[in-house]
Design a protein around this ligand. Structure first.
Ligand code: FAD
Ligand code: FES
Length: 278
């Protein structure tokens, strides 16, 4: 039987509470005999006792192995159950699955990340990986800009990571839909932040968040001259096997677990998934 059917045990080593709804679970694989490696954009099937499985993107960089981070928003039974777990508890993981972001094409590029809420999770893996590489290689990325939107200031997740990225030269621009007395930053949709960003032929844009946000950001990026093959996003579908067998994630002749979850806009336009007509 393929090893990807059988969950490997992993121990929760650390829990970072990102906000009220999102926490990052730092896992360590306990079975050292399993060869495990992944690329940014890939996902795991996470199992929690008596709750089944859910697809979760890996939010850490491969450079952090054997530790793997999963940033999880409380949604239903499984995600609520893991939010109730503590350091030292065990979960199961299968994978990694799915197509990754084409990080091999990101050398010497200006990378623009546009995220909303938990959508920063898979992009965080790319940012951390690029920053790690830039310390090692001459042909690392040219620049990294992050535009990150949250509903309110208390919904802003990944604050620790954002602070660390800023110290490493990432241009991080945050916005909230609704401000409170603690906030003196930008208020408005994340698309508004795009007006102050320069897009060139060297730009690669990675977009992740709620479907409505993705749709408007992609449209704005296209208006600013970003080509279809230079804009990447991820699609979410309910998944069961995660590996192209059950057909649960079928969409327009494609299996999102195998053909995605990462797609460029040129590929998305061939799927009946979002209205891209402008
Ligand atoms: C490739 C991939 C990567 C993902 N990465 C992450 C991640 O990094 N962090 C994270 O918190 N979640 C992620 N998800 C979403 C996560 O898998 C689902 O929210 C999962 O269903 C949660 O399980 P649950 O038992 O807690 O909730 P469930 O009881 O399964 O669902 C709770 C609610 O969310 C809805 N829902 C569940 N899955 C989806 C979906 N795929 N699309 C739209 N609505 C859905 C359900 O209809 C229900 O209303 C990812 C999903 C995919 C496919
Ligand atoms: S989840 Fe089974 S085929 Fe994609």
């Amino acid at each position: 039987m393929n090893k990807n059917f059988i969950p490997a045990q992993a121990i929760i080593r650390e829990i970072i509470r990102e906000n009220e709804q999102i926490a990052t679970f730092r896992l360590e694989l306990t079975n050292k005999r399993l060869p495990f490696t992944f690329l940014p954009g890939q996902f795991l099937m996470l199992s929690v006792p008596h709750c089944g499985e859910a697809a979760i993107s890996i939010s850490s960089s491969p450079d952090r192995l054997p530790l793997v981070d999963l940033s999880i928003r409380r949604a239903g039974e499984l995600t609520t159950a893991i939010h109730g777990m503590k350091k030292g508890d065990q979960v199961g993981i299968r994978g990694p699955f799915g197509k990754a972001f084409p990080i091999e094409d990101f050398a010497n590029r200006d990378l623009l990340f546009v995220a909303g809420g938990i959508g920063l999770a898979p992009l965080k893996s790319v940012i951390d990986h690029c920053l790690f590489q830039s310390g090692l290689e001459e042909d690392a990325v040219q620049s990294i800009t992050l535009l990150y939107g949250s509903r309110t200031p208390s919904d802003i997740a990944f604050k620790q990571a954002i602070e660390s990225w800023q110290k490493q030269g990432v241009d991080c621009r945050l916005t909230v839909d609704e401000k409170d007395s603690t906030w003196n930053g930008h208020v408005g949709l994340v698309t508004e932040l795009l007006t102050d960003v320069t897009i060139t032929g060297n730009t690669k844009a990675l977009v992740c968040g709620p479907p409505i946000m993705i749709r408007f950001v992609i449209a704005s990026l296209a208006d600013l001259g970003c080509g279809d093959e230079s804009i990447f996003t991820t699609l979410e579908r309910h998944m069961k096997c995660g590996m192209g067998i059950c057909g649960h994630c079928h969409l327009d002749g494609r299996l999102i677990c195998l053909d995605g979850p990462v797609f460029n806009v040129s590929q998305l336009k061939k799927l009946d998934v979002m209205e891209f007509a402008r």
